[in-house]
Design a protein around this ligand. Structure first.
Ligand code: COA
Length: 387
């Protein structure tokens, strides 16, 4: 029996900034941001969205009533959790109308935990073929205003439904993974922004990729020639490019050109949304699925997941014939048409306006057109509403 990703859906906010404008405001060369980092736009989060609402808004677009009855686990992967105790998944269960006989859990290991959640889902469905598992990777990447990492911020959520006989891709049982305790990026409980040793983290990412890729090839007797595409965790899109370039010489010229084309397709959306930590590799997968016209049923797609701290994992998927049927039609076109550009000073205000405090607060939700919004904090309880 084959198990994998049956449906995928994405949500990001209705606001963004232009990286040329950010570069100018920070006295940087625009090409550093556009080419050196590989980002053109960045999602900006209003106070009325958080990882719970973004996750609900992503998943709701793809779930049928039958799915909501059949889901046996809801797993949220995030490093922007809104509570140290209660999982975002149990909020999602209620907001999405998922049946009460589902497990709900939240997972954490920097940007990696979406991949663990996906593997837990695959393994559960392999044991229980009638079950469906909802995996949601939702994050707000926050480094701080005028910091080195600011150009690599972003936000959004990817929702994936894992089932037997999936529409999009079968997840193969070929995973290779490694962990090593490293201080390249972390976020202590007292901070709303990440602490990062940026260049070190990029080097650790590359080292992990090379080591995991070598082990993957040895274990599975595969080479680059077996893959249509390698999909990467993209904290910023140049990161994946660096990793891909590290291994490209292993392939012949034609294969190198084809893998580069696939890589370009896989970063179209990430360039415009920015980093979404746990969801970044899966946004990149969606970007590949929607922007690579040469994809064919049976193509093998490799995915490299990395989470600082640090953990890396490589696995492959086999593309299914009607993979487009598992995506929500026009979802990205609609988002990019709908969202509004804000100025750098407006973004700075919004950055400082998110709901982190303990004081009661009522938020004006009238400007937010999303179905699920955060309406404020009352008696220490976050007020999630559906419109
Ligand atoms: N035109 C084109 N490229 C330019 C340029 C220009 N005018 N000016 C600079 N660049 C290039 C640099 O050569 C460099 O390329 P390279 O990485 O291939 O060497 C790139 O732009 C970045 O420049 P750099 O001076 O290294 O930038 P920085 O000191 O501001 O740091 C990061 C960049 C990515 C380290 C920083 O943004 C960061 O810390 N981000 C968060 C890190 C992160 O996401 N870590 C998690 C990994 S999982």
């Amino acid at each position: 029996m084959q198990v994998g990703i049956d449906k995928m859906s994405f949500f990001s906010t209705d606001y963004y900034i232009d990286m040329v404008e950010l570069a100018k405001a920070r006295q940087a060369e625009p090409d550093k941001y556009l080419i050196g980092i590989g980002q053109t736009e960045q999602a900006v989060v209003p106070a009325t969205q958080d990882i719970v609402t973004m996750g609900a808004n992503a998943a709701d677009q793809m779930l049928t009533a039958a799915d909501r009855q059949a889901i046996e686990e809801v797993i949220v992967a995030t490093e922007s959790g809104v509570d140290q105790s209660k999982s975002a998944a149990v909020y999602l269960q209620r907001l999405l109308g998922i049946n009460r006989y589902a497990r709900t859990i939240e997972m954490k290991q920097a940007c990696y935990s979406g991949t663990y959640a996906l593997m837990q889902a695959r393994d559960y469905v392999t044991l229980h073929p009638e079950a469906k598992v909802l995996v949601v990777a939702s994050d707000i990447a926050r480094y701080g205003i005028a910091t080195g990492g600011e150009v690599t911020q972003g936000a959004g959520a990817v929702a994936m439904l894992v089932t037997a006989n999936p529409k999009i891709a079968v997840i193969n049982q070929d995973n290779v993974f490694m962990s090593d305790e490293i201080m390249d990026f972390w976020r202590p409980n007292y901070s709303t922004t990440a602490v990062v040793d940026g260049k070190f983290s990029a080097n650790v990412y590359r080292d992990f990729f090379k080591e995991v890729w070598e082990r993957y090839q040895e274990k599975n007797h595969q080479t680059l020639a077996d893959f249509h595409a390698l999909v990467f965790h993209l904290p910023y899109t140049k990161m994946g490019l660096k990793a891909l370039r590290d291994v490209l010489p292993e392939a012949d010229e034609d294969k190198q050109a084809q893998l580069m084309e696939a890589f370009e397709a896989s970063r179209v959306y990430n360039k415009r949304i920015g980093n979404l930590y746990t969801g970044s590799a899966y946004l990149s997968l969606m970007s590949l699925l929607e922007n690579d016209p040469t994809l064919q049923a049976g193509d093998k797609l490799g995915l490299f997941s990395y989470g600082s701290g640090a953990e890396g994992e490589m696995f492959s998927m086999t593309l299914q014939a009607n993979y487009q049927d598992g995506l929500v039609a026009n979802q990205f076109a609609d988002l990019f048409n709908r969202r509004q550009k804000v100025s750098i000073s407006e973004y700075e205000q919004m950055f400082n306006d998110l709901l982190f405090g303990s004081e009661d607060r009522e938020l004006d939700t009238s400007a937010d057109v999303a179905k699920f919004v955060l309406a404020g904090l009352k008696d220490q309880k976050r007020q999630y509403i559906e419109r």
